[in-house]
Design a binder for this molecule. Sequence first.
Ligand SMILES: NC(=O)c1ccc[n+]([C@@H]2O[C@H](COP(=O)([O-])OP(=O)(O)OC[C@H]3O[C@@H](n4cnc5c(N)ncnc54)[C@H](OP(=O)(O)O)[C@@H]3O)[C@@H](O)[C@H]2O)c1
Length: 312
Amino acid sequence: MPEVRSSGHSPLRAHLGTATVAQTSKSAVSRVSKPAKRVISNAMPTWKSATQQVWKPALRTGAAGRMVTIPRCAPPLATRHSSLPFVLVNMAMTADGKIATANRAISSFGSRRDREHLLELRATADAVMAGARTVDSAKINLGPGPAKYRRLRINRGLDEYNLRVIISGSGSLNPEAEVFQRRFSPIIILTTRRAGERGLKKLRALADDLIVCGEREIDFQTALKWLREKWEIKRLLCEGGGELNGALFRAGLVDELHLTICPKMFGGREAPTIVEGSGIPKLADATQLKLKSMRRIGSELFLVYDVQRRPS
Ligand SMILES: NC(=O)c1ccc[n+]([C@@H]2O[C@H](COP(=O)([O-])OP(=O)(O)OC[C@H]3O[C@@H](n4cnc5c(N)ncnc54)[C@H](OP(=O)(O)O)[C@@H]3O)[C@@H](O)[C@H]2O)c1
């Protein structure tokens, strides 16, 4: 069993009505614990730790500052009845299978509809996850986007702002990256011992919570269990890049793949694809997918695959 070290202490849990909220006591103050839920306002909030927030079960502040009860009538989202989150991967790729150009200068090439699709998917997830090279190569904040998507989240019983999970085995993250400039929801960093003490210190300054989970590579089975247990993440949306996706597929942890095929070709041997890494040596090792839905909008194809789980 690999070592799991989290910078946060376990939050104390208390039950208020039907809802569960993480509380911290003075003696068990972690840098962060799962925040109290569902406070909606028109302004982009600065996220505060659970110790600073007020718990309002089933009540939220409406647009005019009035308290309203929001019915939970949206259809149920797919989750897993297990100790792990349901993992979705969402990627846009060119017709020749690339997710960026070889020089990594271009990685956003989908249509407006594809961008909406990304935000719609984020609006179904407790947390959005990305690898180090994705968050430091583009101006992305991994957030829920405009108010209409945040309202969708609330109607589904999710927090207004999704959690953000960032992966860096060596601690190579760029503190200037856009994602760290917008503190509207907790940022959780998963890393390994490879980061070393100096790296960990740097990561702690960027993260609201951090877990060391593995020696050189992240042990995702353990990390995802921890995310479900401590942060109550039931649906986790992974937005790449290829290296992170590769690790999740290899570990057999992906449940659903959303793929947008865009009418472009990049070429380039070094241009990344949706799944990077060493690849498989034989056909029998291939990840099996089952096409669940397919939509054509303009010249783009929106595909959804179920990932067939291998017996573990
Ligand atoms: N078209 C799309 O839909 C789309 C989506 C996302 C990204 N992209 C593009 O894809 C490119 C990035 O993809 P990428 O494959 O190069 O990078 P990536 O997966 O975003 O990030 C790779 C980094 O993540 C960390 N990492 C990943 N798996 C790990 C593991 N198992 N254990 C420990 N650390 C792990 C490592 O960070 P450390 O080096 O810190 O250890 C690694 O260098 C960018 O150009 C991005 O813009 C395109």
